[in-house]
Design a protein around this ligand. Structure first.
Ligand SMILES: [Zn+2]
Length: 271
């Protein structure tokens, strides 16, 4: 119970005080962001009596009642990260996939680069060793729902279930709940912002879509990243959901090129 209260307080505090800073990618071990200082004061009075929890019973059971998160809840996802200097963020969605994710991880490790992985809960559950490796390599594990539905078609209970189960399996495997989530298809709505905030997560979209899911050819993926490269840009790619060999090959080309151009590749830290 106490953990849940603290987590909620941290989540709500982060929602109002979120500051994005670039993580040091030069071999710095992964650090959990510190809880905001106001967490020590405890959650708002309204939450003390009836804390929210994403700890769900099986899907068929009654879903806990969610009230709106304390304001301010974001009404748009982050699409760029303006405060990270001459850096960019690489993100990989829909995994982990045993065929492609290990290659992505190998390339990132070779260049000592951290990235964000927005995992689907059912993929995470089926590939727990890979989730562990993503986390242990210092990458940021985000929530991409359990089954990749169109969130805007779901009830609040449905969104709660999709996000909650995924956060739960990620916490079970990595020891920490995700602090970021991304709506499948980039389809956000107010319910998802509120429910995500109540679970302590910030919404992350992207700036540059590689369109790698259309299997456009490795050259095309590399070109889109290079064309879109700029400070604060968030790049969307996929490490699962189909044949992603082009995504893997493209990373091996554009990553060293970006580094040669002086970009740092980083992950946002919340504090
Ligand atoms: Zn997706």
């Amino acid at each position: 119970m106490r953990r849940t209260l603290l987590r909620l307080a941290a989540g709500l505090g982060a929602a109002s005080l979120v500051r994005l800073v670039a993580a040091d990618t030069a071999g710095t071990p992964f650090r959990r962001p510190a809880a905001p200082s106001d967490a020590a004061a405890g959650p708002p009075a309204a939450l003390r009596t009836k804390p929210l929890s994403y700890r769900l019973s099986p899907m068929t059971a009654n879903t806990p009642h969610y009230r709106p998160a304390a304001p301010p809840v974001r009404t748009r996802p982050f699409e760029k990260l303006p405060d990270i200097g001459h850096a960019m963020v690489l993100t990989f969605d829909d995994g982990p996939d045993p065929l492609y994710t290990p290659h992505i991880l190998d390339t990132l490790r070779k260049h000592d680069v951290r990235a964000m992985f927005f995992l689907c809960g059912e993929m995470a559950n089926d590939n727990q060793d890979l989730v562990r490796r993503i986390s242990e390599d210092g990458h940021t594990v985000g929530n991409h729902s359990w089954t990749h539905p169109l969130v805007t078609k779901l009830s609040r209970a449905g969104i709660t279930d999709e996000l909650g189960r995924t956060s739960e399996v990620i916490e079970k495997i990595t020891g920490a709940p995700p602090l970021w989530y991304r709506a499948p298809y980039g389809a956000w709505n107010r319910n998802s912002f509120e429910i995500g905030a109540a679970m302590g997560m910030e919404p992350m979209a992207w700036t540059v879509d590689t369109l790698d899911w259309t299997v456009p050819g490795t050259d095309s993926i590399v070109h889109r990243v290079r064309e879109g490269a700029a400070p604060g840009v968030v790049v969307l790619s996929h490490d699962a959901g189909g044949n992603r060999s082009q995504s893997v090959a493209a990373l091996g080309r554009y990553l060293p090129e970006l580094l040669d151009e002086g970009y740092r590749l980083t992950v946002p830290q919340r504090r």
